[in-house]
Design a protein. Sequence first.
Lengths: 123, 417
Amino acid sequence: MRYTLLLHYPEPGEGEVPAETIREVQEAFGRYGRALEDAGVLVAAEVLAPGAATTTVTLRSGDLQVQDGPFAETKEALAGVFVLDVPHLDAALGWAEKCPAAQFGVIEVRPVATSFVDGAWTA
Amino acid sequence: MTDPDDASRAVAEAAARDGYGRLLALLAAQSGDLVSAEDALADAFERALRTWPDDGTPGNPAGWLLTVARNRLRDRWRSAEVRRTEPLDPVAHAPVHLDALDAVDPDAVPDKRLELMLVCAHPAIAAPARTPLMLSTVLGFTAEQIARAWSVPTATMATRLVRAKRRVAQAGIPFVFPGREDLRTRTAAVLEAVYGAYAVEWSTTGPEPRGAPSEALQLAEVLADLLPDDPEVRGLAALVALSSARAAARLDPDGRFVPLDEQDPARWDRDLVERGRAHLRAAHGHRVLGRFQLEAAVQAVHCARTGPGPADPHTLRDLHEALHAVAPSLGSATALAVVTAGVEGPARGLALLDALLEPHGAAARRFQPAWAARAHLLAGLGRDREAVTAYDEAIALTHDAPQRAHLVRRRDEGRLS
């Protein structure tokens, strides 16, 4: 069963986080990624670029609207996504607890309802 | 351990940590402020590094450092900077309390480290901050070293430490020895915090092997020095020493996980085993049983075997029964079921496991050791298909690569047989 770990944390300003800390966090994420791969549970891992780089697209009101910026401005922004393939929620929670971002942010664990695999949505 | 350079370096380091904790405890006990006491002591050490090589080491280095740090603290109180940046509180900022430091005989620096440890484990300090705070103040470990043990970024740990240290001064936590009634609960919190250094959970996963918890060993020894007549303090020191003694044997030379019963006793650290046994003997002399003594006794039974094969199953069962009665937890329940199987067979073990875990519900379902135990017991009963399912559950909940590989091997052995 697939679960997504949605990483939320406040976006740091330019130069706000010391280079040394950035390096440490990168190393921690490196170890985390390798552990997920080693366990054979990793489907995808994406850490997102800052919200300022976001472009929003909608046709909700009829015509195409392409807007500069994120959908919702929040203090704690969506900052990364991990997709794991694990047997159940307990296993997903175990990995969420080990995620480096849990140390400075909040991780939402959500089951995937359906995935597009080999040309079709899974039941 | 065999390299004399390494050994002497370790002795020198331990001595430095010992001295640091003593001086900081004394300075902070008088000012009530860990942050400024640390700053003053850091200044004193810095000056020592600058002047001692030319002027020679003073006859009483601790007294010298104390005098310099005390003067630094006093300068700080008097400095205009303090008055500009902090509202002047006539009680807290009066330098009267520093006069008590003048009365200290530099030749006989009193030991206030127990008071310091009690402050670190004070109920007003958040429980997760207590162990790092102790390692920082009592042993003088840097935020970077502590961060490494917890696998968190240095900046994260530094922030947590500063917050906890400020809290000591802001909340006005006193550096005093509590009364007899309070002492017991307060000591229990100190024990928990020291145990926390031993049971550090890796919070981020990684394939890199983790070193032995030498921080816990040092902290437990300091506490045993300060409270040698507390049986649980001795029990904890024994527990940490005995299990640290086996740290190197946990993985084989190829990095594969080796379960306790299959470890080679020749790879255990004999000195640490002896040290642990000595603590345990001292603890038992008091004839008051407790959780840490029982856990240490379990370790001692495991360390008693000299050849291959399992340790004495009857003694293990008795000890785990007592342990589960004194300090019941998911871990104690699982361990009791496993050792019961060692005496009465896997069917009894499995029935006990079910009965003991039932009240824990979802928490038991997420408890990896319980699944590993269940798989092991089912395999022992020849219920191979159920065993494979239980192994799969255990594997899904395992984040440590060598342990997972071990479970996979066990599961696949069962499939083949």
